[in-house]
Design a protein around this ligand. Structure first.
Ligand SMILES: [Zn+2]
Length: 365
């Protein structure tokens, strides 16, 4: 009988222990609400981040040894300090934040994973600025962040670098995420980088910030925006989390075989997309937007955007008399027209000089 109680005690101890040993995961969808994040090629970062995060959660919630908390499950604005507090109060084992990258050039593409640290390259420092900049949108940011300057993050943060084990675990997980992106998804691997990111510094557990890819790159933006692409990202990130958890806790939680889908990407006629700087104050529709040049056969197209812009010159690097034509998926902006190709060349040169390097002459049908 005594032995029975002993066994019972051991049984309950194991049971309690295994319950305590649940892997606590924070899933953090970047941006939200009034902060849309990057917006390029018709993609909105906050929407993509949320979709991918919810899908990761959906996969991992099936595992009883996971305890998952989300910083947001809807389109709401959450200050960075609240995200960190949610993670710290939960005593999470891992903090995973999903974002999308963006560049002023349409060329860069590829996936990268960031961990807390001081960057050695200016290129990556730009990402830290972008991702920290949300602090400016918070009402009491001066009080809440005690003088932290999002434009110069290395001055105030960096203490976590000293917590070597946390950093090493973050790096180990980040490497697995990049390994999945590269080998399972065959995405371009931009590697793992150390960045002075406020939210990763304020969270005490290992954590990463994943930049799925560049919304400013037309081809990659289509992959990221596709249902299949997002599903692929979610599957491999979930898989990386499982592998990390097994390694950290020495468990054998079964892995799954990801079903990698090829997105159906509609190839558009070759045409470079230039995203024009958004004008948040835009409220009225000008009558000029209805003016479509019809008698002139040739036009200089300067850009294509999903956004309808006020046609004043300040929105077009100073170009006057820009004309807009509505398409079913966005707006084409033209500068100048002529009855011959030759006549448009001067206008084309002017547009290029004003920064519309990919402007071109089109012929009306
Ligand atoms: Zn972001």
């Amino acid at each position: 009988m005594k032995r029975f109680f002993l066994l019972l005690t051991i049984f309950f101890t194991i049971l309690t222990y295994s319950q305590d040993r649940k892997f606590k995961l924070i899933l953090d969808a970047g941006h939200g609400g009034k902060d849309p994040g990057a917006q390029k090629n018709g993609c909105v970062e906050k929407e993509i981040a949320l979709d991918v995060i919810l899908q990761i959660g959906q996969i991992l919630e099936k595992y009883p040894d996971f305890d998952i908390k989300y910083t947001r499950k809807t389109d709401v604005f959450i200050p960075l300090k609240d995200r960190a507090k949610i993670a710290n109060d939960f005593e999470a084992n891992l903090f995973v934040s999903v974002h999308c990258n963006s560049s002023t050039s349409p060329n860069p593409y590829g996936s990268m994973t960031l961990v807390m640290g001081l960057s050695r390259s200016n290129l990556n420092f730009e990402i830290a600025k972008t991702e920290n900049a949300v602090i400016f949108q918070e009402d009491d940011y001066k009080k809440n962040y005690q003088g932290f300057d999002p434009n110069n993050p290395s001055t105030q943060i960096g203490l976590k670098i000293l917590q070597e084990e946390t950093l090493l675990q973050s790096i180990s997980f980040a490497s697995e995420v990049q390994n999945q992106f590269k080998n399972t998804l065959e995405r371009k691997d931009l590697g793992m980088h150390q960045q002075p990111l406020w939210v990763l510094d304020a969270t005490v557990m290992p954590g990463v910030l994943i930049e799925l890819g560049f919304l400013s790159n037309l081809k990659e933006s289509k992959y990221i925006n596709s249902k299949e692409g997002r599903q692929n990202y979610a599957q491999v990130i979930a898989l990386a989390i499982l592998k990390y958890k097994n390694q950290l806790m020495e468990t054998n939680t079964p892995l799954f075989e990801p079903k990698i889908l090829t997105p159906v990407l509609i190839e558009e006629p070759k045409q470079e997309v230039v995203t024009i700087k958004d004008d948040p104050n835009y409220t009225t529709t000008t009558n000029a937007s209805k003016e479509i040049v019809t008698e002139k056969k040739y036009k200089v197209q300067i850009s294509f955007s999903s956004k309808k812009l006020d046609l004043n010159p300040s929105n077009f690097n100073g170009l006057n008399n820009v004309v807009l034509v509505e398409q079913n998926n966005g707006y084409k902006y033209y500068y100048g027209a002529g009855s011959t190709h030759e006549e448009c060349k001067k206008k084309l040169a002017e547009a290029k000089a004003k920064g519309y390097k990919s402007a071109f002459i089109v012929e009306d049908n």
